[in-house]
Write a protein that binds this ligand. Structure first.
Ligand SMILES: C[S@@+](CC[C@H](N)C(=O)[O-])C[C@H]1O[C@@H](n2cnc3c(N)ncnc32)[C@H](O)[C@@H]1O
Length: 344
């Protein structure tokens, strides 16, 4: 018995993640984008799409949220790491009994997690930072350990997958257990991970294929995942309200606001690539206000057609709904733009 469990990149819940769509995306890229050697996944989220290509292409990942950057750095980073060190630490963390009072117990006891699990989460997160400051672990090892903690929190949180609210009066049956992330040891040496606004990043990078998967509607990811972001950053901010959110004003996405179309247009104009592949579903005006798509199909076509020739591919795909709106014919679409040569 090895005494620990392992996790893969898709072993977490994340709104709009494209794990189930990977066969569809891979097929289109294989058929329509011959000879590419690099991919930039600039709204990477979990990194699921990058994971489908990382054994063939050099990968650039990017996300506005630090918690996603950390996980992507764990999965796709090029720095070497000691698996033994990770396993030993995870075994030690899993053997912890209840720990002292800390930021997590003071702010989150018996909300999303039991008081005891909060004490462990707070202890473990501080310990990772201590080991990093002492240079006992490097940046990749730090990222792998934080990833393990975030995935473990996701498994037991008393939520329906996001942190807008917690289930009151929960019984907290499952205790925190960290798994060892099976992060590849030999990633492409040209991989790079960023934590920037995609509109800023594209001005400074080139990739043969740029994959774009922005938020579609007014649901801000920093609202849904504030607690994972809080623990990843570990700056111990004041939290407020029933959901105990921290200030998120500097990580709000323009793609969830009325500025979405303008931001998308600026983004596309600044991209330097052979191909642009956009995921955008057909929720516009079908669900409730909150789930309506922010960019219309007409605007998508107008903006992409100015950059190159556009083809659309679609598949039926079950949309996330809260159960309040019943959306039947939802489909996930891919817009492929073969860019005109620069300067034309
Ligand atoms: C639909 S999700 C991407 C899901 C991803 N393809 C996957 O499979 O997990 C959109 C992502 O865009 C990120 N995001 C929102 N606005 C952004 C921006 N301006 N720049 C970079 N990332 C942004 C969000 O944090 C979120 O993770």
């Amino acid at each position: 018995m090895q005494g620990y469990k392992t996790s893969k990149i898709n072993n977490r819940r994340y709104l709009g993640n494209k794990y189930k769509l990977l066969p569809f995306i891979s097929e289109i890229v294989a058929k329509e984008c011959p000879g590419i050697t690099s991919l930039a996944d600039i709204f990477a989220g979990t990194g699921a799409v990058s994971s489908a290509f990382c054994d063939k292409l050099a990968i650039i990942t990017n996300d506005l949220m630090y918690s996603n950057y950390i996980c992507n750095y764990a999965w796709f980073g090029t720095e070497s790491y000691s698996k033994k060190k990770i396993i030993d630490l995870i075994k030690r963390y899993n053997a912890l009994e209840s720990c002292k009072s800390n930021y997590m117990t003071q702010n989150f006891a018996d909300t999303y997690f039991s008081k005891e699990d909060c004490s462990k989460i707070g202890y473990i997160r501080s310990d990772i930072e201590r080991l990093f400051k002492q240079k006992f672990i490097n940046e990749r090892e730090r990222a792998i350990l934080i990833t393990s903690l975030l995935y473990a929190m996701d498994k037991i949180a008393q939520t329906c997958g996001h942190y807008d609210a917690y289930r009151k009066g929960s019984s907290y049956d499952t205790a925190l257990e960290l798994y060892v992330p099976l992060a590849p040891k030999t990633n492409n040496k040209l991989n790079k991970c960023f934590n920037l606004d995609a509109n800023q990043l594209v001005k400074d990078i080139y990739a043969d294929l740029v994959y774009i998967d922005p938020p579609y509607n007014s649901r801000q990811y920093c609202d849904a995942y504030h607690l994972l972001e809080n623990v990843a950053r570990w700056q111990k901010p004041t939290v407020y309200g029933v959901a105990k959110k921290m200030d998120r004003s500097n990580i709000k996405s323009k793609y969830c606001t009325n500025q979405a179309t303008k931001s998308f247009e600026d983004l596309i104009q600044s991209i330097n690539a052979k191909y642009i592949l956009l995921s955008y579903n057909n929720m516009s005006q079908k669900g409730n206000d909150r789930s309506n798509a922010k960019i219309s199909d007409e605007d998508i076509m107008r903006i992409l057609s100015a950059k190159g020739t556009v083809k659309i591919f679609s598949t039926e795909y079950k949309a996330f709904t809260t159960g309040k709106s019943d959306i039947e014919d939802n489909e996930e679409r891919l817009f492929l733009c073969t860019c005109y040569p620069k300067g034309t």
